[in-house]
Design a protein around this ligand. Structure first.
Ligand SMILES: [Zn+2]
Length: 80
């Protein structure tokens, strides 16, 4: 997994987040933190988001079978 491939994946996640309006006020979600959860042996990329308008919090989950510890470190470096 190269940085470029990971970036592509993260960008597609962000476009999903950007296309999802806040369920409370219709505002835009901002990504706050990114974590990997293992559910049934499949890693899920869990993005904690908060509405920029009303502060409502929502977790976006994306299946991320390619991500291992090393990949997660790269993702965190990109986000920071
Ligand atoms: Zn909101």
């Amino acid at each position: 997994m190269t940085i470029k491939e990971i970036m592509k994946y993260i960008e597609s996640e962000y476009s999903v987040i950007n296309d999802t309006p806040c369920e409370i006020c219709g505002g835009q979600y901002l990504a706050e933190d990114l974590n990997i959860d293992i559910i049934d042996d499949i890693p899920y990329d869990v993005c904690a988001c908060v509405c920029s308008n009303c502060g409502h919090e929502k977790n976006f989950e994306f299946c991320a079978p390619f991500i291992d510890d090393d990949g997660l470190k790269k993702v965190k470096n990109i986000l920071n």
